[in-house]
Write a protein that binds this ligand. Structure first.
Ligand code: SRM
Ligand code: SF4
Length: 563
């Protein structure tokens, strides 16, 4: 079988999907295999659609090999949490699930959800059943389907935040696969008698050529980095009324070192869809953008199968026309909008209704108790009060949300008791604006460290900033352990992309708002070289910057960028 669009043979994953009996494969049988802690190779592709990855502890590979033991296999589970919202009950459940079945660390991801690592195969079902009891699941959190839908996190963003936020859940539902496999395999629900009940007009039996991501932004903040999504919805609000959404398509960051055909791309705005007379047209537009990618995306080479490549192959105008044909309407011209920032609002903030929100600083989204801060205990105690909801941000933070003025003193007291306020206030401006992906030891694709290394590197970068009297600069720094871009390093003012142990490409000149990608400045640097380059750059920045100029914009003006 070949891919209609490329005439090349289908990638092996295509066959696995089609032969999977609605993503069931041999997962159920595999769970009974006591000889290994792993699952069959084909099932490893399928289990992603259920929100899981099979991994192993890379730190322990050598030790296990010496003892002639198989790798220490375990699973990472990623939840589907559209727009990143948890009730206190859901947080309490997650806290206990993390304690019983995982490494204990709760990791907030760059797409506003959480991941738990180190789950042994026999613990998957109890974990998913416990989540199900608090109405949480991991369906389609990974795999060749629509992933977690992100949405501007802070309710402060607009008086109609909730109205916009509700679209995250609606779009997530709209684009969910119809198969009941998740419920059968992991929750022991009854098997379907009539398979017709799970016929899936959207995904059919082949699903999408690759992952698909949707984000929703409320200008002027672009905290979800909306243009890095396959499909970006930008809320257009006039006089506190939601008029509709600008639609942008073709964002995506993954690249492969040495493969010039791969590249990072920001989404292109193709038009505007009103919602003043109802949502039908918007939802149809979202749906058909996905069906076009389903039908025209590359299914032979997974490196070139994201929507960004489909768009660049066929052209924006073609895509827009095909969309108009499928929706039966003509998408309107885009409306004016402007982003001014991408940050989280740390500390206490009050919204238009008088409710309070506290954003603590959480380094790399990792929630645990350590010698510096008993953050996990603090959050559990806060959840137990029932006085705060939990909202995750696309910058790997969370917001303790919707706290009434009466309840604020109780939360304040707990934040003080556990040192969360002092910890947040002590973090430097760049630390608060930094992102690092997971990388080692769990990520099989990592070439270098990220979340285990960036905190220390930032300490050294802070010293340089102090030397050049730049400590107040909110420079956006991001690091990933490989070029896949999970921490969105190509959209940072300073991006580090791992090339090998202890080595990174240094990217410069993204903007503060997330509307311009950066470029490689120097390749394969070790820490000494990184600090040397930054020392010089900060010196020049201090000396030659225009008034109020951001570091990324300054870097853009330099000769190396224009060369
Ligand atoms: Fe990612 C693969 C972690 C956001 C682009 N990503 C992976 C895997 C699953 C490795 C794997 O395939 O085995 C990583 C698991 C590591 C681990 O041990 O947990 C992983 N990605 C993450 C997270 C947890 C990073 C984080 O520290 O927060 C983020 C989870 C998001 C979520 O909740 O859904 C995460 N990944 C992203 C983003 C950022 C975003 O979406 O805003 C990107 C860049 C945007 C994009 O998609 O283009 C991203 N991840 C990738 C890619 C490259 C895809 C491509 O088009 O080439 C891969 C590799 C792949 O898919 O083959 C990947
Ligand atoms: Fe792993 Fe690379 Fe993603 Fe980091 S960027 S989590 S190293 S795939």
């Amino acid at each position: 079988m070949s891919d209609n669009t490329t005439k090349k043979p289908l990638s092996p994953v295509e066959k696995i999907k089609q032969n999977s009996d609605g993503l069931r494969g041999t997962l159920q049988e595999g769970l009974r295999n006591e000889i290994t802690g792993a699952i069959a190779e084909d099932d490893q592709a399928l289990v992603k659609f259920h929100g899981m990855y099979m991994q192993d502890d890379r730190d322990r590979r050598d030790e296990r090999a010496e003892k002639k033991l198989e790798r220490l296999y375990s699973f990472m589970i990623r939840l589907r949490v559209p727009g990143g919202f948890f009730t206190p009950e859901q947080w309490i459940a997650t806290h206990h699930i993390a304690g019983e079945h995982t490494t204990g660390v709760i990791k907030i991801t760059t797409r506003q959800t959480i991941q738990l690592h180190g789950i042994l195969r026999s613990h998957i079902k109890p974990t998913l059943k416990a989540f199900s009891q608090v109405h949480l699941d991991s369906i389609a959190a990974c795999g060749d389907v629509n992933r977690n839908v992100t949405c501007a996190a802070h309710p402060l963003q607009s008086p109609i935040h909730e109205q916009v936020h509700a679209y995250a859940a609606r779009i997530s539902e709209l684009l969910l696969p119809k198969t009941r496999a998740f419920y059968e395999i992991w929750l022991d629900e009854e098997k379907l008698i009539d398979k017709k009940d799970e016929e899936d007009p959207l995904y059919q039996d082949r699903y999408l050529p690759r992952k698909f991501k949707v984000g929703i932004a409320i200008p002027p903040n672009n905290d979800v980095d909306v243009l890095t999504n396959d499909l970006a919805l930008i809320a257009i609000i006039e006089k506190n009324k939601l008029k509709g959404f600008n639609i942008a398509i073709g964002g995506g960051l993954g690249t492969t070192h040495g493969n010039a055909e791969t590249y990072a791309r920001l989404a292109s705005v193709i038009g505007f869809v009103p919602v003043t007379k109802g949502d039908e047209q918007l939802l149809k537009t979202v749906y058909e953008i996905v069906t076009i990618q389903r039908d025209y995306g590359n299914r032979s080479d997974r490196k070139l199968s994201r929507l960004k490549y489909t768009i660049d192959k066929y052209g924006i105008d073609w895509y827009r026309e095909e969309l108009n044909r499928r929706t039966g309407t003509t998408i309107e011209a885009p409306k004016e909008f402007a982003f001014t920032d991408r940050k989280d609002y740390y500390g206490w903030q009050q919204n238009h209704q008088g409710n309070w929100f506290y954003t603590p600083f959480i380094e790399s989204g990792r929630i645990l108790d350590d010698e510096k801060l008993p953050l996990k205990t603090a959050l559990l105690e806060i959840a137990h009060t029932g006085k705060a909801n939990f909202r995750f941000t696309g910058n790997q933070n969370l917001i303790l949300a919707d706290i009434t003025p009466n309840d604020k003193p109780a939360i304040q007291q707990l934040l003080e008791k556990y040192g969360v306020i002092a910890h947040t206030e002590a973090a430097s401006a760049i630390r608060k604006n930094a992102i690092a992906c997971v990388a080692l030891p769990t990520c099989p694709l990592a070439l270098a460290e990220a979340q285990r290394y960036l905190p220390a590197l930032i300490g050294r970068i802070d010293e340089l900033l102090e030397k050049h009297a730049l400590t107040k600069e909110e420079i956006i720094i991001r690091m990933t352990g490989c070029p896949n871009g999970c921490g969105r390093p190509y959209a940072a003012e300073i991006g580090f992309v791992g090339t090998g142990p202890g080595r990174y490409n240094l990217h410069l000149a993204g903007d503060h708002e997330g509307t311009r990608l950066n470029r490689i400045f120097k390749e394969n640097l070790d820490e000494t070289a990184i600090l040397r380059e930054l020392d010089l750059l900060f010196f020049l920045f201090q000396k030659e910057r225009a008034a109020g100029e951001r570091f990324g914009d300054f870097a853009l003006r330099q000769r190396w960028y224009k060369a």
